[in-house]
Design a protein around this ligand. Sequence first.
Ligand SMILES: [Zn+2]
Length: 349
Amino acid sequence: MDKILPAYNDPLFSILIIVVLVLIVATFSYVMENYKEKRKDKSLKNFLGKISKEPNDFDIKKIPFETTLVHPLSLLADTFTSQGDYQKSISVYLYLIENIRSFGQKEYLLENLGKTYLKAGFLKRSEFIFLEILHKHARNTEALYHLEIVYELLNEYESASETLKPLQILGDPCLALKRHLQLSKLLKNHQIDTIKKAETIQALLETPNHSYRRVMQELFKLNPSLAWQSIDTKQIGSILDILWFLPTSNLNFDIISSNEILRSIYMAKGFLQHKEETPQSGIFAIDTIVSAQKCGYTEVDLIFSYGCRRCKQHFPISFIRCPQCYAIDSITIKEKLAKKRSKTGYSLL
Ligand SMILES: [Zn+2]
């Protein structure tokens, strides 16, 4: 051995061998990493290629690409999205993404494309885009939050829960989101009977970070008598519309009569007779109707609208996740006096 490699016993020779080995490993890793990156790029390109071949009357590809166009075109795409013209918005995003090479420069465009697919209801495409972003940038919280929403809409609660782990590592404890998923998962579980479901949901009221409105809404659907036992009079404002539209068969007059606020609500609704004492609910619209009834005017009703605390948008119907910004537990209920139109008995449940 000494004759083949004269410096075999030389410590410098050993160091040289180690350096050579490190270089070989480093080169191999670099080549493999490049190969993986190219495969990911190819998969994204294939996906985008397929989508861009779909028939579309808005042919943006006729415009020759220039980097100065990126900002104005991304603003144009945002405008299309806000106007609900998702097809045009998607065309613009695809055009920009296909023409920009650097991931860093097109990451926000991919995010917007994923969000637009989500809004347009293309959940699988949205999932693909968010997963592509996370392959390259695992700490992208926007992509993680939106991927969780996509899985939730796909009823894939296990996958949705998995997105919470990286979010927790990144500093968001996701406590409300965890409760929200726990409840959604329970409600979709057909192995559990209604009685057990209602009991489990009622137990959620004892836990922190639950949505009182959502829990009570589900409880009124599954077991009204359990719901009435769980009424928290301090939080009636957050379920006023649910109580207002409850069918008479689901009312518990023993509990209603024992509480001034509830008495007042159902007196305003016309389900309780006026007596000498006029109950006060502390809710302006309800107390106004009760006073009007006392004066003989019974043609007043309530109408409800719903706002989102986060994006400040207003909607005519109730929601669990804001239709605009997808926030949970962000709903605010606004009640307004209106002239009674006809006898309606529809329920929100
Ligand atoms: Zn919102």
